[in-house]
Design a protein around this ligand. Structure first.
Ligand code: CTP
Length: 394
């Protein structure tokens, strides 16, 4: 449980602060609100008090509060101070170090990290004065989120909308996370294992993938604080702690589970998906009139479809299991499938089902060959690389 001091500024987006309080409370955090005078025109202290289950602070000049809880104490008792929505005016006063009301006084007096979610008209956001103020605040170590782009309450269109409450809550998770949890607030999707493609009600074809590498990657990502959805083909591995696992059999089920798990900040497609499926018989195929001929159809390419979908995660990582010309094939696969990275491995030896892996990481920057490593170390290294790549993503 963390204590969040939420300063609600004056703007139409103030109503979204109500949803934000709900999301933070659901995470188990305590939320205490400061409502500016402008903010009180858009939401009432009563609404915020009911949602936060705490008193709402509105003025510097409340003698009772100054006796019970001064503005200094208010600013120090929190683990994080959040301003949502932050108006152009409040940001200007913060940048200038003014302390004319309770909100700005608390912001000047605090010794805790501050996260600001701005909301204003597009012209106000792009005005040179606001750009200057944002740069000053960031220079002072304050996290200023980028506003969303879209239609505004005033009828104009552009950047300046308050980020969605879920996005602010995720940014709060990151701000509260310990340093070794760089993926806190991030959602990463992982596929692992083989797929089984039925031939008839009792038979299927499959491949030798054990799922070990994918499960190790899911575990390593969770250890760095990510929320992980693991879409697993048929494997006999236990679910690593804290991971949401979705079991599937066929490639088409895997494709549907991947689509349903979006949006995600990154996807790591480790599954050895069957390229083809059989037009399966409804009844068990019987011996007698010679071996049956199986008609194959092509399965969806889950990685390629994800990389080209409108919901494409900002970082898409594929695997390439090769038995020869490993790097050449991986370079071609990266381009063909539209992946950002390809982790290529030589599966000609005992990799499938084994404990170790020799991989090459193929990115836009080139090819990095890693030494032969246990699958858990490959996973930890890859998870750290993913954390580094996502660091600058808002
Ligand atoms: N993949 C996928 N869906 C498929 C086939 C593959 O998502 N139907 C993904 C795998 O999870 C992996 C990458 O694509 O991340 C490459 O898989 P691989 O089997 O090496 O490539 P193929 O597309 O099957 O190419 P080929 O068999 O020609 O090597």
């Amino acid at each position: 449980m963390k204590r969040i001091l939420l300063i609600v500024g004056g703007g139409i987006a103030a109503y979204k602060a109500c949803e934000l309080i709900r999301l933070l409370r659901r995470r188990g955090h305590a939320v205490r609100c400061v409502l500016t005078e402008g903010g009180s025109y858009f939401v009432t202290p009563m609404t915020l008090a009911a949602l936060s289950e705490d008193k709402v602070y509105t003025t510097l000049w409340d003698l009772k509060d100054e006796a019970e809880m001064g503005h200094i104490q208010l600013s120090r008792e929190a683990d994080l101070v959040v301003v949502a929505p932050a108006t152009a005016d409040l940001m200007a006063r913060m940048a200038a170090g003014q302390a004319g009301d309770l909100a700005s006084t608390v912001l000047l007096a605090t010794d805790k990290p501050v996260l600001v979610a701005p909301a204003m008209n597009v012209r106000m956001w792009s005005h040179a004065a606001t750009r200057r103020n944002v740069a000053t605040l960031r220079g002072d170590g304050i996290t200023v989120l980028e506003p969303d782009e879209g239609a505004m309450a005033c009828g104009e269109y552009g950047a300046g909308r308050l980020p969605e409450p879920a996005a602010i809550a995720a940014a709060i998770d990151r701000a509260l996370a310990p340093a070794h949890h760089p993926l806190a607030g991030r959602h990463v999707l992982v596929t692992a294992g083989p797929t089984h493609e039925p031939i008839d009600p009792v038979r299927f074809f499959a491949n030798r993938s054990s799922g070990r590498q994918g499960f190790a990657i899911a575990e390593a990502l969770a250890a760095l604080g990510a929320r992980v959805t693991l879409v697993a083909g048929p494997v006999t591995l236990p679910t690593p702690p804290g991971i949401e696992r979705i079991d599937v059999d066929t490639a088409r089920e895997m494709a549907a589970a991947v689509a349903a798990a979006l949006p995600a900040d990154a996807a790591v497609m480790v599954a050895a998906v069957a390229d083809w499926r059989v037009d399966a018989a409804d009844q068990k195929l019987k011996k007698g009139s010679g071996p049956p001929s199986l008609t194959l159809s092509e399965n969806p390419d889950i990685l390629a479809e994800l990389a080209r979908s409108p919901d494409r995660p900002p970082l898409v990582v594929g695997f390439a299991a090769e038995t020869e010309q490993v790097i050449e094939h991986a370079l071609a696969k990266r381009a063909r499938k539209g992946a950002d990275w390809i982790v290529a491995n030589d599966v000609s030896g005992d990799v499938m089902g084994g404990e170790a892996n020799t991989v090459h990481l193929v990115t836009a920057a080139g090819v990095e060959s890693w030494e032969r490593l246990p699958k858990s170390t490959v996973a930890a290294r890859l998870a750290q690389r993913i954390a580094d790549a996502l660091k600058d993503l808002s």
